[in-house]
Ligand binder design. Structure first.
Ligand code: PLP
Length: 382
């Protein structure tokens, strides 16, 4: 039960970042479309030019900050996409001659970034997420990048343990929190210096916009991140920022339903003989479960599993009616894809990443089981 002094996630989500009520004003002010602001005399802030700041971003950044670290104070900088947010941390914090530790099983664009970092004279070291393997590579590094749970393998590492070792070695820590969202995990409370996310996914959750953010406790670091945004120009549009803020009001409802649906699907998939390699951090016999239970507040809405081969997986995806064959995850509509089709992840041909939406659990489970049956039947008859 939540006391009035410590409001629950749903209560905080519906009010996050809202300005104090003003008579005749809306609860959430509309998007401010402005390339520049009236600015006679000295060019002082808060609002000068549209690439530097915007009142719609200010409200969204305040909202995300309140969810990332309810104890505050923190500063959040929002970006045009998750990749823009990731790039801002890496390229603002690293210099030629530095070393960075990245997961080798994270989001599939990380190797593309690693290539750029190497070209700029930065040493890139990689290790898997499971078993805290990155611990061995910290000596002399400048930054440790964690993605937990990892996408798409759903491995989890001990963020507190890695942060303690990294900080003892003078290494900064950033956590890609995309899969968990701020309601599923609070990296800053686990000690990280930067919490980074693609808000294209569960945080905004409607599959209709791209956005990212970086939240940090240290104001000077936030200033560096903001400075990078100004230089790179990877700014969110006011409409996207406003839609994102509007979506936060339902964050707890969406995430709770997605987590419940993901668990129901994982349990049903676990009963099927054609399914192997089933992963969901919220399943008590999943290798990620003990750690996830210690450091996460919700297990997320993504389940992964392997079907016998590529053709089998494709038949399954074609047979689904309530689950879109689409990439990305965290949306209100369930989606799934054969992850191997992109070529960027070390996964078997039949590997499926399934993102649970907010449909009724019975309908969703029935659809997935029926699609599995159809995929099996068509193997026999096709
Ligand atoms: N981080 C993770 C874990 C992701 O899954 C993704 C996208 O799938 C990104 C970052 C990149 O986000 P965006 O597509 O918003 O640039």
């Amino acid at each position: 039960m939540n006391s009035a002094l410590t409001p629950g996630d749903g209560t905080r989500a519906v009010r996050a970042g809202l300005p104090a009520p003003v008579k005749h004003e809306p609860t959430l002010p509309g998007p401010v479309f402005a390339a520049h602001f009236h600015l006679p005399g000295e060019p002082t802030g808060p609002y000068t030019y549209g690439r530097d700041s915007n009142p719609t971003w200010t409200l969204l950044e305040r909202a995300i900050g309140e969810l990332e670290h309810p104890g505050g104070p923190v500063e959040t900088v929002c970006f045009a996409s998750g990749m823009a947010a990731i790039s801002a941390v890496l390229f603002s914090q690293l210099r030629a001659g530095d070393a960075v530790v990245l997961p080798d099983d994270g989001y599939q664009a990380l190797p593309l970034i690693a290539e750029r970092l190497r070209a700029y004279g930065i040493e890139v070291r990689t290790a898997p997420t499971a078993g805290d393997a990155q611990l061995e590579l910290l000596e002399g590094a400048r930054l440790l990048w964690i993605e937990s749970p990892s996408n798409p393998g759903l491995d989890v590492c001990d963020i507190r343990r890695l942060v303690a070792a990294a900080h003892a070695a003078g290494v900064l820590v950033a956590v890609d929190n995309t899969l968990a969202t701020p309601l599923g995990q609070r990296p800053l409370e686990l000690g990280a210096d930067f919490s980074v996310a693609s808000d294209t996914k569960g945080t905004t959750g409607h599959g209709d916009l791209l956005l990212g953010h970086v939240t940090c406790r240290d104001g000077a670091r936030a200033e560096e991140i903001r400075g990078w945004r100004k230089v790179a120009g990877a700014i969110p549009g006011p409409m996207e920022a406003w839609l994102a803020h509007r979506s936060l009001a339902t964050l707890q409802l969406r995430i709770d339903r997605q987590c419940a649906n993901a668990l129901a699907l994982a349990e049903a998939l676990g009963e099927r003989r054609e399914v192997s390699g089933l992963r969901y951090p919220g399943l008590p016999d999943d290798p990620s479960y003990p750690l996830a239970t210690r450091q996460m507040r919700r297990y997320g809405g993504v389940v992964s599993f392997v079907l016998p081969d590529r053709a089998y997986a494709e038949r399954f995806l074609e047979s689904l009616r309530l689950v879109d064959d689409a990439t990305s995850f965290g949306g209100v509509r369930s989606s799934a894809e054969r992850r191997g089709r992109w070529g960027g992840d070390a996964v078997p041909d039949g590997f499926i990443r399934l993102s649970a939406g907010v449909e009724d659990p019975d309908d969703l489970v029935a659809d997935v089981l029926r699609a599995l049956d159809e995929a099996a039947e068509r193997r026999v008859t096709g």
